[in-house]
Design a protein around this ligand. Structure first.
Ligand SMILES: [Zn+2]
Length: 359
């Protein structure tokens, strides 16, 4: 119904108003709840270009309720000596190094601040622009919070061991045993920031019986930081880093250890979905673990600079048979409940830290 406000009489206006209100109320009643919250979303790519944050909120539409927002901590260098006029936009397109790009945090913060409050309420920006092998990384995190209070909920996704990426980064190689990482995790615990960490469960193409040392170093790191809320991205899987023998057994053991109750797993990335939905058997076995520990898994798309709705919803749709294999309770927690619990708690704690520390 088209309402012409200017020409309407007083009574006409009242009728039109009540019609408009009842229309709005009924459309609100009919609104479907969102399908999921996105715990893993990169707004920008490896050359720090990407989706305008206002366009991303439009992309979320009514299907995605809330989302994390972060760039990529690394910039791919365009080395003329290596690729000439070819401008690489992805790390596999050149042999030139990657380097840490701190400006990404300021640019995400400024974009977030330009949004109306209703849109801001749907987003949880994360700090990524630090070098995790630098003892000063933790100081960068505090500086970002003090410069842009009221914005960030966590740190990450940042990587320690990541196939093809870690070995390309200029400077000192990151390590799970570096005290700089302990400083970061301590600061995250002190402030209440969620930590989203990428660490492959194994090296690419391991030799038979090669020791997957990352698993041991990773669990030691997690055990050293019981007060830090940690999301282990992709359960350690990657493009070519395949599940290790008895991966589900290792995950189940981890989830059953009370000393690791602060560790969560994300089921993001189409590269991970491909393993989980590879066969009815893989779906069933993974769903059994998630159904036994429904409060410990989150879903994320891991899209990079998503631009169209079909591409953005692709990973969620890939998982359709897996969602169907979960109990309704587990499905609700993985897709929305766990995100709300973790990120609501982070928001409250980080805002309190900022209030006490920003002069
Ligand atoms: Zn990611």
């Amino acid at each position: 119904m088209k309402v012409n406000w200017r020409r309407g009489s007083g009574i006409g206006c009242a009728v039109a108003l009540s019609l408009a209100f009842s229309f709005e109320a009924s459309s609100l009643r009919a609104a479907e709840p969102p399908l999921f919250h996105d715990s893993h979303m990169h707004l920008t790519n490896f050359v720090q270009e990407g989706t305008d944050l206002r366009d991303f909120v439009k992309l979320m539409g009514t299907k995605v309720g809330r989302s994390t927002v972060f760039g990529l901590p690394l910039q791919q260098m365009w080395s003329y000596g290596n690729t000439g006029d070819f401008a690489p936009t992805y790390y596999l397109q050149t042999d030139a190094p990657l380097y840490y790009y701190s400006f990404v945090d300021a640019s995400i913060a400024m974009a977030y601040r330009s949004l109306p409050p209703a849109d801001q309420a749907r987003l949880d920006p994360m700090i990524v622009g630090f070098n995790p092998s630098d003892m000063y990384a933790a100081d960068h995190v505090k500086r970002v919070l003090k410069t842009f209070p009221g914005v960030f909920s966590g740190i990450g996704e940042f990587s320690i061991h990541k196939e093809f990426v870690s070995s390309k980064i200029a400077g000192e190689t990151a390590s799970l045993t570096n005290p700089a990482l302990d400083r970061l995790f301590d600061v995250a615990a002190e402030i209440g920031l969620v930590v989203l960490l990428h660490n492959d469960i194994d090296m690419p193409f391991p030799k038979p019986n090669q020791e997957p040392y990352q698993i041991f170093q990773l669990s030691d790191l997690f055990l050293r930081h019981p007060k830090t809320t940690i999301i282990w991205a992709h359960i350690g899987l990657g493009r070519v880093v395949r599940p290790v023998p008895d991966q589900l057994g290792i995950v189940e053991k981890m989830l059953s250890n009370p000393a690791l109750a602060h560790v969560y797993l994300d089921l993001s990335w189409d590269e991970v979905a491909k393993y989980i939905v590879a066969s009815p058997e893989a779906i069933r076995r993974t769903a059994e673990v998630v159904n036994r520990h429904p409060d410990r898994f989150l879903f994320g798309t891991d899209e990079v600079a998503p631009s169209d709705p079909a591409k953005y919803m692709k990973v969620y749709e890939m998982y359709a048979p897996f969602w169907a294999a979960l109990t309704p309770e587990a499905r609700g927690m993985v897709l929305k409940g766990n995100y709300e619990r973790l990120f609501d708690a982070a928001r409250t704690r980080v805002r309190a830290w900022e209030k006490a520390n920003v002069k």
